[in-house]
Design a protein around this ligand. Structure first.
Ligand SMILES: Cc1cc2nc3c(=O)[nH]c(=O)nc-3n(C[C@H](O)[C@H](O)[C@H](O)COP(=O)(O)OP(=O)(O)OC[C@H]3O[C@@H](n4cnc5c(N)ncnc54)[C@H](O)[C@@H]3O)c2cc1C
Length: 312
């Protein structure tokens, strides 16, 4: 088995989800290559080279990779993919943007969002918003797979350093142009990787209440903030806080869901959390079906009490 992992990064820091994707790769082979595409991304390549089980880091470094335009990146991945039995990407916005383009260029079917590897060609992944786990056997010559990072353990760094091989950059396809980005600045942990998530739904009632009630609890627990789509649509929280089928998939140690009904599209993004605590005034709310601990009552009373009790 010859496995290639596509690294996600910001040209400076290797996204930790890459270490989880490598964890999946090492279930297929003893070692895997990592492909780093970016601009002035030497530090990322060096971090990847220190991960356990990395045979080689292959690095394509050029100005037209600075902003990770999928059209440019896909060309590099597609050109290399033929030498590999498996190409693995994280099932993040980055991987979801890049993977299908590579699949189209290779004329193979992508296997998306795997949570388990049963054999080199057989994978388990959730469908219907996580209500069904489907087992698929892939007969493509190159298995192009996106990996749900929360389902695979991160590979640690080690003392050995894998060689970093520079690749000749591919062409600038010139079909898309980077205009700008607006990145939220937060001192809180990354939602997708946080050990504790405090999430709020429409039951919070307002942007002001969302932050007044959830911020102190998240601050003292060192938690990331999350939200339902309804809360995001109502502007209680920014778009990148959304958890669920069309948001982020999280699996923290503790997930506190306040004023969240438990719609399947939300549960699809948090059901793998180790301990789910739900606060809802409706005892029939579906969130209690997945919750380990349920508090039935008004969140305006319960959240300050919980914060006071936990954050003394
Ligand atoms: C294709 C598609 C994709 C979707 N993707 C996502 C997604 O990724 N993520 C997502 O979250 N949703 C998603 N949705 C939307 C989803 O179906 C639900 O509409 C949404 O999750 C509901 O959000 P909510 O629980 O905040 O709101 P509601 O369903 O309105 O629930 C609010 C809850 O708050 C409780 N409550 C109200 N007041 C209080 C109080 N004072 N104290 C305690 N409890 C209180 C109520 O009892 C209720 O249970 C998607 C929908 C579709 C169709």
């Amino acid at each position: 088995m010859n496995v290639l992992v596509i690294a996600e990064h910001d040209n400076v820091v290797l996204n930790p989800q890459t270490a989880s994707v490598l964890g999946a790769a090492l279930q297929l082979a003893e070692q895997a290559d990592v492909l780093v595409i970016g601009y002035q991304c030497e530090a990322v390549a060096e971090a990847a080279a220190r991960l356990q089980g990395v045979a080689r880091v292959r690095k394509a470094d050029a100005p037209h990779y600075a902003h990770f335009l999928a059209e440019n990146l896909a060309m590099v991945v597609a050109q290399m993919a033929g030498s590999y039995s498996h190409v693995l990407l994280p099932a993040t916005a980055f991987g979801k943007n890049l993977g299908p383009r590579v699949a189209a260029m290779l004329d193979v079917a992508q296997v998306s969002d795997i949570i388990e590897i049963l054999a080199a060609d057989t994978f388990v992944h959730p469908i219907y918003a996580g209500n069904v786990l489907e087992t698929v056997r892939c007969s493509e010559p190159v298995k192009l797979v996106t990996v749900r990072s929360s389902a695979f353990a991160m590979v640690p760094a080690c003392d050995a350093v894998a060689p970093i091989l520079a690749l000749a950059p591919g062409p600038d396809m010139g079909v898309s142009r980077f205009i700008g980005n607006e990145l939220p600045h937060s001192t809180r942990p990354d939602l997708a990787a946080a050990k504790v998530v405090v999430a709020g739904g429409r039951g919070l009632g307002s942007h002001e209440a969302y932050h007044r009630l959830l911020d102190p609890l998240a601050d003292c627990l060192g938690a990331a903030l999350g939200a339902t789509r309804a809360a995001v649509d109502a502007n209680y929280a920014p778009n990148d806080y959304q958890v669920g089928q069309t948001g982020k998939v999280v699996a923290p140690e503790i997930y506190i869901a306040a004023g969240i009904s438990g719609a399947i599209q939300h549960v699809a993004g948090m059901r793998d959390s180790k301990l789910i605590v739900a606060i809802n005034k409706d005892p029939e709310a579906p969130i209690f079906e997945v919750a380990d601990l349920g508090l039935v009552g008004d969140l305006h009373e319960i959240l300050p009490q919980l914060t006071a009790a936990l954050c003394r």
